[in-house]
Every structure is written in structure tokens, then in C-alpha cells.
Design a protein around this ligand. Structure first.
Ligand SMILES: [Zn+2]
Length: 61
């Protein structure tokens, strides 16, 4: 994934550093929240902010 740091930062801060699926805060989950593509790149999704969300490891799988 080739996202720039500013883009990652925006996606991370938008939901208040919480997983956007289960809404758990970074402080309450195992591991680190990851920037995830809502529509996977393999399926034609892009790197625009609208297609990115913050997800914990469980929700990301
Ligand atoms: Zn989650």
C-alpha cells in the first residue's frame, strides 16, 4: 500500500482514533489500528480518503 503519511493521519484522526467498524478506541484494542480500503484495491478501489477507513485487526480480517 502506498499511502502518504498525511493521508494516513487524516484517516486515523477522522474517527477519533477508533475502529470505524466496532468503534473501539485504540487504547482498548490489541495491536494497532490499521488504515483499510473500504473497496479493496484488487476490486478497483482507490487510495482516496473516501475509500479509506480505520479498522482494528479483528474487523480488518
Ligand atoms: Zn474493530
Amino acid at each position: 500500500m502506498s499511502l502518504s503519511d498525511p493521508v494516513r493521519q487524516i484517516v486515523r484522526q477522522r474517527p477519533g482514533n477508533c475502529c470505524e467498524y466496532c468503534l473501539n478506541h485504540q487504547d482498548y484494542i490489541m495491536g494497532r489500528l490499521q488504515v483499510d480500503h473500504i473497496l479493496p484495491v484488487a476490486n478497483g478501489g482507490g487510495d482516496e480518503i473516501e475509500n479509506l477507513c480505520l479498522a482494528c485487526e479483528l474487523c480488518n480480517q
